[in-house]
Design a protein. Structure first.
Length: 285
């Protein structure tokens, strides 16, 4: 068991460094000793593999990744954690910490500079306040990575892993499924963190598809259709899209007819391929 999961060790460490948790940065550190080894194992971290970790905290997951992978590059926004990580990760020579906001880091450049000839995966216990933007940043950048294994809020995990054309889906489900195959791995209770958040969590894996799940003429239109269709959940796709694209309802109804979609359909009833077909026809307008 890593001593970084031991509450008195953590308290002593944080106290010595005068560290206080930042709620704004989503700082809930893992204290359940069984979670990090399991996450690291399932992330694909192994010989010949390089790992990008987002948000190291005090390094509890970082250590587990470094034990298994050839190299770990961790992007941590909070510079107050750097002296702590110097201490907790002192025994490892295969970890590099970058002090930055992950959304400002050129990840293509990072991968080509840091992970030559290695397969690359991402593994992180994500800060809740910025889960979707980080996941979409990783996917939209079309990085040469195989798998993203992340801990997110349980409700977010359920939405992301929902099957298309079921009630639980949202714009994020469709957007993620365009690039990846999501899988629910395991649940993590709120008591597994210090401080304990108000919600439970779950670990999910996103296996990156070699090509997008639907072939569309224009990706920008596809993502606008997805955003527009889910813009008002209780309304029909016709109403949502005509408002979103400022087009007459009759034009949208005509497009849906051509796709074989009934005009009363709501976004959660559509399949990935329906979104693709609507996008291609809208693109012709
Ligand atoms: N990995 C640690 C663990 O499991 O105990 C910490 C996880 S904590 C939920 C999230 C971490 O992400 C914090 O250390 C926080 O400072 C960092 N963080 C928050 N926003 C970030 C951002 N935009 N870029 C990089 N790191 C960020």
């Amino acid at each position: 068991m890593s001593e970084l999961s031991n509450i008195s060790v953590i308290k002593d460490l944080l106290h010595r460094h005068g560290f206080t948790f930042s709620k704004a940065l989503g700082q809930n550190f893992l204290i359940n000793p069984s979670i990090c080894p399991r996450m690291a194992q399932m992330s694909g971290a192994s010989k010949g593999v390089g790992v990008i970790e987002i948000g190291s905290g005090i390094g509890v997951l970082t250590k587990e990744l470094a034990e298994r992978a050839d190299k770990v590059v961790c992007i941590e926004i909070d510079k107050r954690l750097l002296p702590i990580l110097d201490e907790t990760l002192a025994d490892y020579n295969n970890i590099k910490i970058i002090n930055d906001d992950v959304l400002n880091v050129d990840l293509h450049k990072l991968i080509s500079e840091e992970f030559k000839d290695m397969d690359v995966v991402v593994c992180a216990n994500l800060p809740y306040y910025i889960t979707s933007p980080i996941i979409m940043y990783l996917l939209e950048n079309k990085l040469p990575i195989n798998r993203i294994t992340v801990m997110v809020q349980k409700e977010a995990a359920q939405r992301i892993c929902a099957l298309p054309a079921t009630r639980d889906i949202g714009a994020i489900t469709v957007a993620i499924r365009y690039y990846a195959e999501p899988k629910m791995l395991f649940n993590v209770s709120r008591g597994s963190f210090m401080p304990s958040p108000d919600v439970d969590s779950a670990v999910i894996a996103l296996d990156i598809l070699p090509t997008p799940s639907v072939s569309v003429k224009n990706e920008e239109t596809f993502f606008k259709v997805v955003k527009g269709a889910f813009s008002q959940r209780r309304k029909t796709v016709v109403n949502c899209l005509s408002g979103f694209f400022s087009m007459p309802k009759s034009d949208i109804t005509d497009i849906l007819n051509q796709c074989g979609i009934k005009p009363t359909a709501r976004a959660e009833e559509l399949t990935m391929s329906d979104f693709g077909k609507i996008s291609d026809l809208l693109d012709n307008k």
